[in-house]
Design a protein around this ligand. Structure first.
Ligand code: FAD
Length: 423
């Protein structure tokens, strides 16, 4: 028989390990250094340390002969458990780690939402929106890239060309897909299926019953119903700051400055020569010998351009911004519209809000890598289907279906905070 003290000690040790892992997930790792001071001049200035900026700064600074500065408005993402546990990225919504945009009120839209506005979360932290997103690794359709190549006349956008970069980026861990011609296994961005719940398996099987046998939406065809390929390593969220930037931050030729809000690009003789940035309450001008690269996101980059005088003349003049170049910046922004359909099922395969904070769910996640906390945004299965004859013929799906095990509109975190007191 087991000595009761040994049992107690073991339980205590497991609970302590869980608590340490939860609150200090990177306790035993050295924090990647952020810049305390920055220089007056660099070769490259990268604005915005999100999904794109993290990769750009890391790749550029591989060349030791150039000095690179990355400026990020938010703080470092190091050690924050909500950027580790897959389902918890959502806790950043509507906090200081989120730009927390809402749309303007529009006639007939968003009637069921708070103040009739849609909520657009955008990460304000190193890693950007990649730290609070749903971690679905989906490339888009091959035809979209070919269409861009045709439209721009730049063949480097065609699918065949970009595929080589997708492969270079990937560390594909799904056994069935590792040797596929569409995937890579030597890159920094780990991709894997999650240990999803029974609902996911049933939905994929239902798709197979309908005749969809494809198991890889990033492969030859997108059509079908799939387990989701997630940006995840060892059951933890994997943003591009973690995959690319953290290790690069040790390099002497790369400065990563957080809490540094870029106001505008300095333009002289139609050339971007530097940026103005607010840091520690002071405005600084930093010069770029070679390039200023804007990677501040779909809202941030056009906003900075317009504040720098690059945008539609009428709008800039209305806002009293001196015009440097009259260009259609900020146009053609498209919302990723979704329509929610909630379906009740008889068996308890789905999650409840309480599941996300229960000690059992925490144990499930940490001990077995399963349960509600393991599924980013409760997104269990994704489907792509061609619904028009034209899209069927081209194998170019025009409908994307997300199967989530919790229903909610884009303002649901806001509602939870206000009505249920979630913190
Ligand atoms: C809720 C949500 C769920 C999503 N789910 C998925 C998904 O499952 N799969 C998927 O592929 N994509 C998903 N996306 C989209 C994906 O996250 C974005 O496409 C990606 O993050 C865009 O990268 P980015 O570098 O352009 O912008 P971001 O990652 O948003 O990075 C921009 C960075 O610039 C910084 N910045 C902005 N303005 C300034 C300034 N003035 N000065 C300094 N820094 C500034 C920001 O703080 C931020 O860190 C999701 C997005 C959201 C918001």
């Amino acid at each position: 028989m087991l000595n009761s003290n040994v049992v107690k000690l073991s339980v205590f040790a497991v609970l302590t390990a869980l608590a340490v892992n939860l609150f200090y997930p990177n306790l035993f790792w050295r924090e990647p250094p952020v810049a305390i001071t920055i220089n007056a001049t660099y070769d490259f200035i990268v604005v915005g340390g999100g999904a794109a900026g993290s990769i750009l700064a890391a790749r550029l600074s591989e060349n030791q002969d150039v000095r690179v500065l990355l400026l990020e408005a938010g703080p470092s993402d190091w050690g924050n458990p909500i950027f580790e546990i897959p389902a918890l990225g959502m806790l950043a919504y509507d906090t200081d780690l989120d730009w927390a945009y809402t749309t303007e009120r529009q006639d007939g839209l968003f009637k069921g939402m708070e103040n009739e506005r849609s909520v657009w979360p955008r990460g304000k932290v190193l890693g950007g929106s990649g730290n609070l997103n749903a971690m679905v690794a989906v490339r888009g359709n091959r035809h979209d890239y070919d269409r861009w190549a045709e439209y721009t006349g730049d063949q480097t956008w065609n699918y065949k060309h970009v595929l080589s970069y997708f492969k270079k980026m990937e560390d594909m861990q799904v056994k069935e897909l590792r040797d596929s011609a569409y995937h890579g296994k030597d890159g920094p961005l780990t991709i894997n299926w999650m240990n999803s719940g029974p609902l996911a398996q049933k939905l994929v099987e239902a798709g197979q019953d309908l005749g969809f046998s494809n198991n890889d939406y990033n492969g030859k065809s997108m059509e079908g119903y799939f387990h989701i390929q997630n940006n995840v390593a060892n059951q933890k969220r994997l943003s591009s700051s973690k995959a690319y930037l953290h290790s690069a931050m040790e390099r002497p030729n790369l400065d990563v400055a957080v809490n540094s809000h870029v106001q505008k690009v300095v333009i002289e003789n139609k050339l971007a020569v530097g940026v103005e940035v607010i840091r520690n309450g002071r405005k600084l001008t930093v010069s770029a010998r070679k390039e200023v690269i804007l990677s501040a996101g779909a809202i941030g980059s056009p906003q900075i351009l317009m504040l720098s005088g690059v945008g539609p003349r009428n709008h800039l003049e209305d806002m009293h911004v001196p015009v440097a170049a009259d260009l259609p910046v900020g146009e053609n922004l498209q919302d990723h519209v979704t329509v929610d359909i909630a379906v009740g099922i008889n068996e308890s395969y789905t999650y409840r809000v309480d599941d996300f904070s229960s000690p059992w769910t925490l144990m499930q996640y940490h001990l077995f890598g399963t349960g509600a906390l393991n599924v980013p945004s409760s997104l269990e299965v994704v489907g792509f289907q061609s619904v028009t004859p034209e899209s069927k013929e081209k194998d170019w799906p025009d409908l994307q279906l997300h199967f989530m095990s919790i229903a909610g509109t884009s303002d649901f975190m806001r509602r939870l905070r206000y009505t249920e007191g979630v913190t």
